[in-house]
Design a protein. Structure first.
Lengths: 148, 374
């Protein structure tokens, strides 16, 4: 079994072995969830969160970042993202995001939405945002992150 | 109108435009909305005034998006508003519930028109249940202010922003299309000092990085505690924020109750009825929630009968009956579909109600006149 530290790095890729400062080092089990779980074992949200947090760290925008979380399991994305957090109604995260951005132009706002929240119910509100980048990560709940 | 307002220069202005001008003076720096008759001049004026004041105007693709943009702007700690009429207000109700749940301050003007469905674009008061009782889901209320003049469109908009901040709750300025479309001289308040951004806002700064705006409480005990907190705000509003105008109610045997343009017509009715020797007064709720129940109850001591007039088939009358709790009879007269009752029509109704309540209330010469006119 190959050691991850000695694996060859493909051309054009950088390897980061440090944890991003944009995500809490420990995910404290919230008092209200003592008898419940949050993300299920095997869920892809953890990976999506980690990738977004790393991008925030790389870009050095943690203090300016505002996460708009959707409805669904990732409604609690604010448990994990050490950024400003606003929780939106189902399908409305991009409408909320555009107003946060327009109110605070220095902020970097991103909405974190799944296929239903963004692409089905949320397709119309997402028209009023001006996405600068849309990244789609395929994971168990087809989560899409878009920046307003 | 306050004495202070009398001293200031007045501007002839449409009710709808007065809302926007007053909002900007009160520190509103964000308008998100979708135009609809008879509220469209609000969006039009906002498109003119907001950018000039360094604010944001955006025509959303729907009222659903607009109300969620209000949610975003309020989350970012900016004084924000929107406006609509019946069909658009229906679309906004989901967002009103979220705004109240997340305790976000903002102002929405509802310039009411005929319904249900597409209805028409003439003034009606059929939105009372939706706006005052809360058309969204869950245990929440919106504070509702009901102007009856262009001056009050300005003054109550100023008040709405203060109440929204004080109670961290959406406030609705509900005026019928009549008040929205008419022009009157208005004295505006001086420019308000912009309040500091609230500490709880999410501004995308290092100081506000740990802030969270949300309406979700998964644990029942936590949600109940949150709802009880909201409930306490509404109880405090009922104690501290309630407003009503009294017109010759001090000795009234017939108390008329009406708001918006109806109250203006009822003021004429009070004058004419008094000239005929009938002891008639008017109680005009200025706040529809909180409702002036205590003021109404105190009038029951000397009133023989209450007559509620609305441009609907009877919505506010339920609150009048709840307030009086059977202490005195409550009669109702309504016009709807965009028809505005005339003073003559309402005077006739007032005489009939007075006669039914107590025949000797009607002086003989008035009774004779009634017979002559059939």
């Amino acid at each position: 079994m190959a050691d991850a530290g000695t694996m060859p790095v493909p051309q054009g890729y950088d390897v980061y072995l440090e944890r991003s400062k944009a995500i809490y080092p420990l995910f404290e089990r919230k008092e209200e969830l003592q008898n419940q779980t949050h993300y299920c074992p095997g869920c892809g949200h953890g990976t999506a969160h980690k990738l977004i947090a790393e991008a925030i760290g790389e870009l050095g925008i943690q203090d300016r970042a505002v996460a708009i979380s959707p409805v669904g399991c990732s409604v609690f994305a604010y448990y994990y993202f050490d950024t400003g957090n606003v929780q939106a109604a189902h399908g409305r995260a991009s409408a909320v995001a555009t107003a946060v951005k327009r109110s605070r132009p220095e902020s970097i706002v991103f909405s974190y939405q799944g296929d239903g929240d963004l692409a089905a119910m949320g397709l119309q509100p997402s028209r009023s945002t001006r996405p600068t980048a849309v990244r789609t990560s395929r994971c168990s709940s087809s989560t899409t992150a878009s920046t307003a | 109108m306050s004495r202070d307002a009398n001293r200031r220069a007045r501007q002839l202005i449409k009710g709808n435009e007065a809302i926007v001008k007053s909002a900007v003076l009160a520190g509103c720096r964000a308008y998100y909305g979708y135009p609809i008759t008879p509220a469209s001049e609000i969006a039009e004026a906002a498109a003119l005034y907001l950018p000039r004041a360094g604010g944001v105007f955006l025509q959303a693709e729907s009222e659903t998006a607009a109300v969620n943009m209000l949610y975003g702007a309020a989350s970012a700690g900016v004084r924000a508003m929107s406006a609509s009429s019946g069909p658009g207000m229906s679309l906004m109700q989901e967002g009103m519930s979220y705004l109240a749940g997340a305790e976000l301050p903002c102002v929405v003007a509802d310039i009411t028109r005929g319904g249900p469905g597409l209805g028409n674009i003439a003034p009606e008061q059929g939105d009372y249940f939706q706006v005052v009782k809360g058309g969204g889901h869950g245990c929440y209320r919106t504070l509702v202010l009901a102007p009856d003049s262009c001056q009050e469109m300005a003054d109550l908009t100023t008040l709405a922003f203060h109440l929204a901040d004080e109670y961290r709750n959406p406030v609705v300025v509900m005026a019928d299309g009549f008040i929205g479309q008419m022009m009157e001289p208005v004295a505006f308040a001086s420019v308000a000092k912009l309040p500091p951004s609230p500490a709880w806002a999410v501004r995308g700064t290092v100081e506000t990085r740990r802030n969270l705006v949300s309406s979700i409480q998964l644990e029942p005990d936590n949600l109940e505690a949150h709802i009880r907190k909201l409930e306490q705000k509404y109880i405090r509003a009922e104690r501290e924020a309630v407003r009503a105008e009294h017109v010759r109610t001090e000795d009234a045997e017939v108390v008329l109750v009406g708001y918006g343009v109806v109250a203006r017509i009822l003021k004429s009715v009070v004058e004419q009825a008094r000239a005929e020797g009938l002891r008639v007064g008017l109680l005009r709720p200025v706040t529809l929630f909180p409702f002036p129940s205590v003021a109404l109850r105190s009038l029951a001591r000397h009133a023989r009968v209450f007559l509620t007039v609305e441009m609907s088939t009877g919505q506010m009358v339920e609150d009048v009956r709840l307030a009086l709790n059977g202490a005195k009879p409550v009669e109702f007269y309504g016009r709807c579909g965009g028809n505005v009752p005339s003073a003559e029509e309402l005077l006739r109704v007032t005489r009939e109600v007075a006669r039914r309540a107590h025949p000797v209330l009607i002086p003989d010469h008035v009774a004779a006149q009634e017979v002559c006119h059939g």
